[in-house]
Write a protein that binds this ligand. Structure first.
Ligand code: CU
Length: 138
């Protein structure tokens, strides 16, 4: 490796380290919480998938700004857990793999009523997998 190449490599390594330190730092105002903070959810919402049906106690009542954990299980195939606004835009989604507890912790910044849909194509009945007005955030 030539000297100029080595110098360029060191510059790239330094840029990599600086960018990572800055963007992961809690000193940055937009970093209100981080992955490794492991927030304590105010409630845990269980969601069960089986035979192209989503089962959950609805409507789930959530306060805006609180952490809520969604815990989804599938008894057969892979599904998706997707939360959608009333205008059908997506808030977030995760895959629901069979044979494990699939968890996501979310903080709703906005109030409103949300639908839950399967976001993973799971078979011919997939498009019917909608729970309307499943979540109400106040
Ligand atoms: Cu599906």
């Amino acid at each position: 490796m030539e000297k100029a190449e080595k110098r360029w490599l060191y510059v790239l390594i330094i840029v990599f380290v600086i960018v990572n330190v800055v963007t992961l730092s809690s000193l940055i105002p937009w970093q209100s919480w981080q992955l490794w903070q492991n927030p304590e959810p105010a409630q845990v919402v269980k969601v069960a998938y089986n035979d192209y049906t989503i089962t959950m106690d609805t409507p789930v009542q959530i306060k805006a700004g609180e952490f809520v954990q969604f815990s989804a299980t599938s008894a057969d195939v892979t599904y998706g857990f997707g939360v959608f606004r009333e205008d059908n835009s997506i808030v977030f989604q995760m895959q629901v793999l069979p044979g494990r507890e699939n968890q996501i912790i979310w903080k709703f910044d906005e109030t409103g009523t949300f639908d839950v849909r399967s976001t993973e194509y799971s078979g011919p009945k997939h498009s019917d997998m909608v729970v309307r007005d499943a979540i109400v955030v106040k």
